[in-house]
Design a protein around this ligand. Structure first.
Ligand code: 5RP
Length: 224
């Protein structure tokens, strides 16, 4: 296992120690979240009683295959802890997410969660968000209008591809990846993006994070 994977696994295993019997747990998406789901599967086998709410079809499949009991918002509208990854986090625990294309369900789950634990390897720590392109999920019907608007505003939108065809999200939408490196006011950017008809959600998570657990070498660091 390479260093980044070891760091992801360490962070994931630490996060899982926060789970207790009876909790409803949001299950994130991505490689780091997969380490957490696998660790939760192990603890469920040992008797931990939780119910999971997955943030993507792939996490749903993995959790089901491990025998983790699952639920949804028709049964539970409050989530105790969500464990999810991130593409970048800054000193204010603001995030860019959506590298795996699951940002919409991830944001919905994060918004319904009391304690959001973000798990990362050390490469995700930045002073300023935006080296990673910001994913936004859009309705396909509005693609050209939105691309035009964003290009005029200097955000250089690119349609995310999956080999030679556009990447399609679990909600059957498209992802645009935006260059936001020169944007200083992220709260304003978030409002501006959300006001464009056809943009469903952005990968900016500005105020949901309770704690970041970062693997670094063989250590785990906590930011809260
Ligand atoms: C998926 C995400 C992931 O959490 C993010 O892309 C990090 O992925 P990884 O753990 O594979 O580095 O936001 O939409």
């Amino acid at each position: 296992m390479n260093n980044s994977k070891i760091e992801k696994k360490l962070a994931a295993e630490k996060a899982v120690t926060f789970l207790k019997d009876g909790m409803v747990v949001g299950l994130g998406t991505g490689n780091t979240a997969e380490f957490a789901i696998n660790a939760i599967g192990e603890r469920v086998k040992q008797g931990l009683q939780i119910q999971g709410i997955p943030t993507s079809e792939s996490s749903h499949k993995l959790a089901e295959s491990l025998g983790i009991p699952l639920t949804d918002f028709s049964n539970n509208i409050a989530i105790d802890i969500t464990i999810d990854g991130a593409d970048e986090f800054d000193p204010y625990l603001r995030l860019i997410k959506g590298g795996g294309g699951a940002l919409l369900r991830e944001k919905i789950v994060a918004s319904a969660t009391s304690k959001n634990i973000v798990i990362v390897d050390a490469s995700k720590k930045v002073e300023r968000l935006g080296k990673f392109l910001l994913p936004v999920e859009i309705i396909p019907f509005a693609k050209d209008l939105i691309m035009d608007n964003l290009a005029e505003n200097g955000l250089s939108p690119k349609v995310r591809m999956n080999n030679k065809t556009p990447f399609i999200t679990d909600e059957k939408n498209l992802i645009l990846d935006l260059n936001i490196y020169n944007q200083r006011n992220l709260e304003y950017l978030e409002k501006r993006l959300k006001s464009i008809p056809g943009i469903v959600e952005t990968g900016l998570f500005l105020s949901t994070t309770s704690m970041v657990i970062m693997g670094e070498g063989k250590e785990v660091k906590i930011f809260d």
